[in-house]
Design a protein around this ligand. Structure first.
Ligand code: CUA
Length: 311
């Protein structure tokens, strides 16, 4: 990764140069084709206008090699752009394991942001310079889209599931955050700021914040209060899958398939427990739909993560 590669278009994240190169290349190709076609239209319109004395005695016959070329050349170009952009897309959605995680909860019409340590923000997100940051996002109501133009980051935020995106900021300062999906009356006002700070300043800011308990701590309280611990502890009388070391590992299901225990899997297991039953267990878990809100779910997931990940 070319850390700090300054892009001509003034980006502020490590995606900047990569996304801009792709964008400028596509703009160049499409611009070249559009201008060529426009120029030919004008040229032919003038040359073959009524009354001109252009030579019309040899109308063109079929020219096979021209047809093959103008079919094959775009195909090659389109495929090249496809592989280039899909590889970039994959990178933007595969956060490194050491990334700092921030939870994003969208609703009409604000952004609620929550750091693992428990510090919460609204319409403003502080992040450290030069460190990978992963956003785990969901919506409380309709589809929104988290868009930081200076970072070249845009990701839809959907109700009922988690999406994620990650970035590494390369410049300190304040950058625009927009909602980029029409989400109702005040969509245009659903804006915020991303504040990139030097790592020391960021640590001070994070520590100075709140006396709120961290996400995992709140999750643990819920784990006991909502009754999860009644079944999911090794000592409990009802057998339920052990949650220690669960996050990020493959889970074998009763139907013979295997899933990775990520945020979406845990969320579904809490709200739709019969959707993916773990092999060897009875589908006896009740759904917690309607009893837990989005922030509760985020806390519970943080708690389950804190119980260990695979080495
Ligand atoms: Cu949220 Cu548009």
């Amino acid at each position: 990764m070319n850390e700090g590669a300054e892009s001509v278009l003034g980006s502020a994240s490590t995606w900047g140069a990569k996304v801009d190169q792709l964008f400028v290349t596509m703009l160049g190709i499409t611009g070249f084709v559009a201008l060529t076609v426009a120029a030919l239209i004008v040229f032919f319109a003038i040359r073959y206008r009524p009354g001109s004395n252009a030579d019309r005695s040899h109308p063109p016959t079929q020219v096979r090699w021209v047809e093959i070329t103008w079919t094959a050349a775009p195909l090659v170009i389109f495929l090249a752009v496809f592989f280039w952009s899909s590889s970039l897309f994959r990178q933007i959605h595969a956060a490194p394991v050491n990334a700092m995680r921030i939870h994003v909860l969208a609703r009409q019409w604000m952004w609620k942001l929550e750091h693992d340590g428990g510090r919460r923000e609204i319409d403003e997100l502080h992040v450290p310079l030069g460190q990978p940051v992963e956003l785990i996002m969901t919506s409380q109501d309709v589809i929104h889209s988290f868009f930081i133009p200076a970072f070249r980051v845009k990701q839809d935020v959907l109700p009922g599931r988690y999406t994620s995106v990650w970035f590494t900021a390369t410049r300190t300062g304040r950058f625009d955050l927009f909602c980029a999906e029409y989400c109702g009356t005040d969509h245009a006002n659903m804006q915020g700021d991303i504040v990139v700070m030097r790592p020391e300043a960021f640590s001070r800011w994070l520590a100075s914040g709140s006396d709120q308990p961290g996400l995992a701590t709140r999750g643990f309280e819920l784990y006991r209060r909502a009754g999860c611990s009644g079944c999911h502890e090794p000592t409990s009388s009802v057998p339920a899958p052990d949650l220690t070391g669960l996050f990020g590992t493959p889970v074998h299901l009763a139907d013979g398939s295997t899933v990775i225990a990520d945020e979406n899997y845990i969320r579904d297991s809490i709200l739709l427990p019969r959707k993916q039953v773990v092999a060897g267990f009875e589908p006896v878990m009740p759904s917690f739909q309607g009893q837990l809100d989005e922030e509760d779910l985020i806390s519970l997931i943080a708690y389950i993560k804190s119980r260990g990940t695979p080495p």
